[in-house]
Design a binder for this molecule. Structure first.
Ligand code: PEP
Length: 249
């Protein structure tokens, strides 16, 4: 299974910057050995389709609606994302859970909608600092993942999971490789109990991953890639993270 490195641009970019960024990424991407994608703001999905179709860099959205269609002002359905050939959609990013009140159930429905549209949901789970300090990390991430597994059922093997400790996102405070690996092992065991095809599910780490810490994180047995926020906006940094994927992976 190839490692997967996904950039989450969040609410950043513009037509000109995006074009320069993806051009630099296309020039620097290795030919094989690793898969890479960028999750961009909704208005730029058409631009990505135009610039990246047929290239080794995949693209995706940062959210997908829990609804199929109708009177949901401001929402974007998974079917609409498919019109722009998105391969991925982030669901349940901690910023969506925190600022938009997304519950585990909502996130699970979003994952289901994405799958139904042929899009791979990247299901984000992770504990807050208070939850970690209270010794509740395992409980929280298992609850978040269980909701998705319960809802998508036999399609569980089609998802990607991203473990993103909330305290590590955008803070420069990365989980140590040991801390991350411990949680990834818990999630792996949970997926193994849920599906006979857990071996094909990638579990990404996200949270202040950068060129300096990526190699050590990506060497952990249950870390199958990375979800990169800040560092994905700078081509040299994102390419350097991609280049740090261990050769044997
Ligand atoms: C993210 O937003 O998914 C993320 C991991 O951000 P950062 O890399 O900036 O911590």
């Amino acid at each position: 299974m190839k490692k997967l490195i996904v950039g989450n641009w969040k609410m950043n970019g513009g037509l000109l910057e995006n074009a320069a960024l993806v051009q630099a990424l296309l020039q620097g991407l290795p030919r094989a050995g690793v898969e890479a994608a960028v999750c961009v703001p909704m208005p730029y999905l058409g631009q990505m389709q135009q610039l990246l179709q047929g290239s080794p860099l995949a693209w995706g959205a940062q959210d997908a609606s829990a609804h199929e269609q109708g009177a949901y002002t401001g929402e974007t359905s998974a079917t609409m994302l498919r019109d722009f050939a998105c391969r991925y959609a982030l669901v349940g990013h901690s910023e969506r859970r925190q600022y938009h009140g997304e519950s585990d159930d909502t996130v699970a429905t979003k994952a289901q909608r994405a799958l139904a549209a042929g899009i791979t949901p990247i299901v984000c789970v992770g504990e807050t600092l208070a939850e970690r300090q209270a010794g509740r990390t395992e409980l929280v991430v298992k609850r978040q993942l269980a909701s998705v597994v319960h809802t998508v059922g036999h399609c569980t093997s089609e998802i990607v999971v991203a473990y993103e400790p909330v305290w590590a996102i955008g803070t420069g405070q990365t989980a140590t490789p040991e801390q991350a690996q411990a949680v990834h092992a818990v999630l792996r065991a949970q997926l193994q109990a849920a599906t006979a095809h857990a071996g094909r599910i990638r579990i990404l780490y996200g949270g202040s991953m950068n060129p300096a810490n990526a190699a050590e994180l990506l060497r952990q047995p249950d870390i199958d890639g990375g979800l990169i926020g800040g560092a994905s906006l700078k081509a040299p940094e994102f390419l350097s993270i991609i280049a740090s994927v261990p050769a044997a992976a």
